[in-house]
Design a protein around this ligand. Structure first.
Ligand SMILES: [Zn+2]
Length: 111
């Protein structure tokens, strides 16, 4: 069913943006979001789409960009990162809470 309000998201695997994030997080796999684009490293697009908790986490970051704007998100995210670190960054706290929120999927047009 088509919903004209749905947010169209793109997903790229083997992405250098996510490779940098994986080194930063000291993790074998990583996802990083810029606007409506989700970049992956160490996982396939299919595996990522099949991992609902992870998918919901990254979709919440997409919503944060929608709320704060591209520059606003990057600026506030980095400020919060410096102040609180990765785990306690309010943007990450909110994204982890969204991992249980299946309702979020209704707002998106996924590939
Ligand atoms: Zn996150």
């Amino acid at each position: 069913m088509e919903d004209k309000r749905s947010i169209k998201v793109s997903i790229s695997d083997n992405a250098w943006q996510a490779k940098i994030a994986s080194r930063f997080l000291k993790s074998d796999n990583a996802a990083i979001v810029f606007g409506r684009n989700i970049y992956l490293w160490g996982t396939s697009k299919q595996a990522f789409l099949g991992n609902q908790r992870w998918l919901l986490h990254e979709l919440q970051h997409v919503l944060q960009y929608q709320r704060d704007g591209f520059i606003g998100f990057i600026y506030k995210y980095l400020r919060n990162h410096i102040e609180h670190g990765y785990y306690n960054n309010p943007y990450e706290v909110e994204a982890r809470a969204a991992e249980q929120n299946e309702e979020l999927l209704k707002q998106f047009d996924l590939p």
